[in-house]
Design a protein around this ligand. Structure first.
Ligand code: PRX
Length: 700
């Protein structure tokens, strides 16, 4: 991306501020919330000041039970691959399960809510979780032959078997790589191959939006496609949604496919000692979209990650063991790993897992669940909040639930939506934290500390304790603190939850996240290695950050990252397609969705079938989540004289923005043709738009 033009500078920021929502007034938490908060002591910011770095993070690590303490808190010798708590030994599963038994064995660890409303809730106590994790760990070790350091791919939806599988892996030091259940078999294959997994763990089916999804069919696609990529899978372990009864019509492959529930009969009552692992060994891989098309396997550590998610769950989400906590994300994303499974369970909370979609069968569903279970901490994304607000703005008031705390995560939230969340969902009682972070980070980077720093709709807040953000301009100059000028947000210091590297691709890790602002590539001093998050941001005079969106070719759809290149290469698999360009388009519910522009090879005619083939190719390769809003078949792509597709022009057309000067293009006339195709003959008044849309594709 070295040919990229400055994406944010002092000149662009004035305009940007004008189009963005205005700074909102601060809102203070209630005295009642403060009185019960885990963290109400303002000295925390001093304790976690840079002067006390890195030793300050002992406070988080001490929330865990260690087999052996570390000798080095932060080892920077292989910068920027940071190692935390070196010399320490620990087991993540022990910390989430075993250690709670003396006090909490009969307390619900997981409350599973099936999508069909007439199906009973399943409450797994810590004791029951312990039993089931042990039995499955025995199966993984003694039947599947897996051991510490092996990778195993999970392609599982939202049922309790997913955390059971993750924890069983963690118990043995096996590195799990869970692929979001909604991704296609093809997507799963890429991750199987990259991680080198020989075992795939899946389910036969699950409920989604009133239908029973045959999921096992994806395993067949995944194993075959992984084989083509050179990775053979010798065992597919299939959990049944209803033990003893298959909900999938896809036949089993003899000698490869095994029904977990059948195998488990041989492991009844088995116990497996948690393997004492070096703190800096990997706990899991989580793949995320990047700019080049190939998803990146973010490698997360055991000790550092667990310390960070336990600390942030306790202090930012204010989780106490007696809380009923519901994060409505999917465990297939980092939010679910950190804040449904590892963080809440490390603190002995009761964590709710809901199988289905939020508005099934109607927009009152989440509030009925909250009322029934007496959920008091709630966590979701702006896209869901927008959806629930649209489908049932008055629903929350009909139900008798009371949240003390709510989280929003994954994309910027409009102040108007924030206020509905606060007043209607939270009934004016709950504090809100707007947590900004990424798959790479393990846990929150910016947020208010709920009892200490007031809320500001539309702003994430300052760095959380121990996180020290800085905004740079494109030339590496620090943008003045609190100036409101946009730039690239970075973090000055490493933190324990950060990923360690990209699996098998250290160079890409360094290039993507550190190369841009590294002060000395040979340095072993962390001060020389600011972490580049890839988001644009501003900081207001009060120190609160506002996130403006991605600065790269990644589209954040409904809080999930999709690489534009991934979509484009999927479209190019369609025989008729010569060129493809994906741009983000503003969407009322999902925030952004992709629009795709394609041009055809000579001899092919534009028609609906070709459009449908493009959609099918994208859904088949990536998953329904990547479905484009529109497919436009254009006579030619707008191009620079050097032949580069001008995505900026296409993004402007899709979003009815000012197209700007196109006279220097190789084919300026095509721009008006495309505009007419998308917007119609009449000139449409241009709109104002968020900065990420205006800046999209600026590299030209
Ligand atoms: O652009 C930022 C946006 O989501 C990106 C990270 O996506 P992902 O790795 O899928 O992780 C999502 C959940 C942690 C970021 O680069 N983002 C995340 N949280 C926020 C946000 N944008 C604005 N406000 C947030 N609170």
């Amino acid at each position: 991306m070295s040919d990229r033009e400055p994406v944010a500078s002092a000149e662009t920021s004035e305009a940007q501020i004008a189009v963005h929502w205005k700074e909102e007034a601060l809102i203070h938490p209630s005295p009642r919330f403060i009185a019960q908060a885990n963290l109400a002591d303002p000295s925390v910011y001093e304790r976690f000041a840079l002067d006390n770095f890195p030793e300050c993070f002992k406070e988080y690590a001490d929330l865990l039970s260690w087999d052996r303490y570390w000798h080095t808190t932060l080892d920077t010798s292989d910068a920027p691959c940071w190692k935390w708590f070196v010399g320490g030994r620990i087991n993540a599963c022990y910390n989430c399960v075993d250690r709670h038994l003396p006090k909490y064995k009969n307390k619900a660890a997981i409350l599973f809510v099936p999508e069909p409303e007439d199906e009973p809730l399943v409450a797994l106590t810590y004791r029951e979780l312990y039993v089931r994790v042990n039995e499955f760990a025995a199966l993984l070790r003694d039947f599947a032959g897996l051991k510490a350091g092996d990778r195993v791919t999970l392609h599982m939806p939202m049922t309790p078997e997913l955390p059971i599988t993750m924890l069983a892996c963690a118990r043995l030091g096996i590195i799990h790589s869970e692929v979001f259940g909604g991704f296609s078999g093809q997507s799963c294959a890429g991750r199987i191959a990259d991680s080198g997994s020989t075992v795939l763990i899946t389910v036969d089916g699950y409920h989604r939006n009133g239908a029973m999804i045959d999921h096992k069919v994806n395993a067949d696609i995944a194993v075959e496609a992984a084989g083509e990529l050179g990775q053979s899978v010798d065992k597919v372990l299939i959990w049944q949604r209803y033990p003893g009864k298959s909900v999938s019509k896809t036949p089993l492959v003899k000698g490869r496919d095994y029904i977990v529930n059948d195998l488990l009969k041989d492991f009844a009552g088995r116990r497996v000692d948690p393997v004492s692992m070096p703190a800096e060994d990997p706990l899991f891989l989580m793949y995320t979209s990047g700019t080049t098309g190939k998803p990146k396997g973010c490698q997360h550590s055991i000790g550092g990650y667990m310390a960070y998610v336990a600390g942030t769950s306790k202090y930012i989400q204010d989780i106490h063991p007696e809380d009923v906590y519901w994060c409505m994300a999917d465990i297939g994303w980092i939010t679910g790993h950190s804040y449904i499974v590892y963080g809440p369970l490390a603190l002995a909370a009761s964590s709710v897992i809901y199988e289905g979609v939020p508005v099934y069968p109607d927009a009152g569903r989440p509030w009925r669940i909250a009322e029934r279970l007496d959920v008091n901490i709630f966590h979701t994304a702006p896209t869901t909040i927008r959806m629930l607000r649209k489908a049932g703005p008055d629903e929350p008031a009909k139900y008798d639930y009371h949240f003390k705390h709510m989280t929003t995560v994954g994309e910027p939230i409009e102040p108007e939506v924030w206020k509905w969340y606060y007043e209607v969902v939270g009934k004016g009682e709950a504090v809100i934290v707007d947590t900004w972070w990424q798959t790479e980070n393990g846990g929150f980077l910016c947020s208010t500390v709920p009892a200490l720093t007031p809320m500001k709709p539309g702003s994430t807040g300052p760095g959380v304790p121990g996180i020290h953000p800085v905004i740079y301009d494109d030339d590496g100059n620090e943008i003045e603190t609190g100036s409101g000028i946009a730039g690239n947000i970075c973090i000055r210091n490493p933190w324990p939850g950060s990923f360690q590297t990209i699996w098998k691709d250290r160079q890409r890790y360094v290039d993507t996240y550190y190369a841009k602002y590294c002060k000395d590539p040979k340095s072993k001093d962390w001060r020389d290695w600011p972490y580049l998050a890839g988001d644009g941001a501003t900081q207001a005079a009060d120190g609160y950050y506002r996130i403006l969106g991605r600065i790269d070719d990644v589209i954040n759809v409904a809080g999930h990252r999709l690489g534009t290149k991934e979509l484009e290469s999927a479209a190019l698999m369609v025989e008729e397609i010569a060129e493809a360009a994906v741009v983000p388009v503003a969407d009322e519910i999902k925030g952004r969705t992709p629009d795709i522009y394609v041009s055809l090879k000579p001899g092919f005619e534009a028609n609906k079938e070709t459009e449908a083939k493009v959609v099918k190719a994208i859904e088949g390769t990536i998953g329904k989540i990547a479905r484009p809003k529109h497919v436009y078949i254009v006579p030619d792509m707008p191009k620079t004289r050097s032949g580069k597709i001008m995505r900026r022009v296409l993004a402007a057309i899709s979003n009815t923005l000012d197209i700007g000067d196109v006279t220097t293009l190789a084919n300026p006339d095509v721009v008006e043709e495309i505009r007419v195709l998308v917007q119609g003959k009449e000139k449409v008044a241009t709109k104002e738009a968020p900065e990420d849309l205006k800046r999209f594709g600026e590299e030209g």
